[in-house]
Design a binder for this molecule. Structure first.
Ligand SMILES: [Zn+2]
Length: 378
């Protein structure tokens, strides 16, 4: 088995899990946040910097690497780890999300999805078998089953048909997966906000015995309380001895609330994407460093942060770089934001060890500003 989950303990206040996921490219403690490297790079960060940041697993995108440079080139390079010079663990998604979100022209059939390449407009076809072929060529440690990502909101009948198709596709993924000894394949639980469909989806997938499970179809525009409720009735159907991954979630409040509901792994482009817009996550909430008020502010982005950016560079300097579209500015904000989330998850694990995650949540939400009326998402 390529992927193994070691359960350590549960937080007595909230029930959050502390564990270790073992992969062919090292082990990492959970709950954890995975930076996103869409095109085989976490934008503006070198693999050496990711190591410095204590990121030990990153995510990369099957769809994007299939189009550019093509999975055959990455196979020839010796796999994605070698191609990008990253020796830590890699998780690849299945391409399903991009097919459903980037292509305006798609046709979902039982055999797979016909759609248009979002760059060239060329017609393409992605199926469970093709998603496995590409991910096998990439050589990621954790692969994702090809699922349908239904729109939000979707009707009950649509969602039911979609969940059933996703289960049939999951079976086909297991059959097509060529390297289960060195690459772990996770199933993806769908079902929208419908409790019985989430249960059905989880039970279908658990009966297929994947080495890990993801909860998909969340963070697609639904309110936070809906996401929390769905997690509350979904995670109890997942086995205790396998890792659980909440896809596409990266706001600090959702990471903590997800961990409290039994999630071990998270990924999102949020910290890196907002960094390139000049927005930083800080211990006192979000800070838009490109704003005029920081033009003469020679203090750090976050006075409570011990990252190398906050030790060495001022808000005024970083604001100047970002206003001038200087790459170095994007590097500095990206580094700080990744440090913030990776450090946040370390603190979450520390709190679980000491059975005080509930208290930690209260303190963090208060200082970040999530308790204020109309608080921003991140
Ligand atoms: Zn910092």
């Amino acid at each position: 088995m390529a992927i193994r989950y070691e359960f350590i303990k549960q937080d007595k206040q909230t029930g959050a899990r502390l564990g270790i996921v073992h992969t062919p490219h090292g082990s990492f403690e959970t709950p954890t946040f995975m930076p996103v490297g869409t095109l085989a790079t976490v934008k503006t960060m070198s693999p050496e910097e990711l190591t410095e940041l204590n990121a030990n697993i990153i995510l990369s995108n099957t769809y994007h690497l299939w189009l550019r440079p093509g999975h055959e080139i990455i196979r020839e390079a010796g796999g994605l780890h070698k191609f990008m010079n990253w020796d830590g663990a890699i998780l690849t998604d299945s391409g399903g999300f991009q097919v459903f979100s980037l292509s305006d022209l798609r046709d979902i059939q039982e055999e797979g999805v016909h759609f248009r390449n979002h760059i060239s407009g060329e017609k393409l076809f992605l199926s469970p078998e093709k998603a496995m072929e590409i991910q096998n060529a990439l050589g990621s440690d954790i692969m994702m089953a090809f699922d349908e990502c239904p729109p939000y909101p979707a009707t009950y009948d649509y969602m039911k048909a979609s969940v059933e198709r996703t289960s049939r596709w999951a079976e086909r993924c297991l059959t097509a997966h060529a390297r289960p000894d060195v690459q772990g394949l996770f199933g993806i639980v769908q079902g929208g906000e419908f409790e019985d469909l989430r249960k059905q989806s989880a039970q279908d997938l658990v009966s297929m015995d994947f080495p890990g499970y993801a909860v998909g179809g969340l963070s697609v525009g639904e309110p936070k309380d809906v996401m929390n409720r769905v997690l509350e009735f979904t995670t109890p159907w997942l086995p205790q001895d396998k890792p659980r991954y909440l896809m596409g979630v990266g706001s600090p409040d959702s990471l903590i609330d997800g961990a409290i509901r039994g999630i071990d792994m998270f990924d999102c482009v949020l910290p890196t994407r907002i960094a390139r817009n000049g927005t930083c996550m800080t211990s006192n909430g979000r800070l838009v460093v490109r704003n005029a008020q920081y033009a003469r502010d020679f203090g750090p982005i976050d006075e409570n942060c011990d990252c190398k950016v906050c030790k060495n560079y001022s808000r005024a300097y970083i604001r100047h770089l970002i206003k001038c579209n200087e790459t170095f500015g994007f590097r500095l904000t990206t580094y700080h934001n990744l440090h913030f989330l990776i450090e946040l998850m370390r603190k979450v694990r520390e709190a679980i060890k000491e059975d005080r995650l509930g208290d930690f949540r209260d303190e963090f939400f208060e200082s970040y500003g999530f308790n204020k009326p109309n608080a921003k998402n991140f």
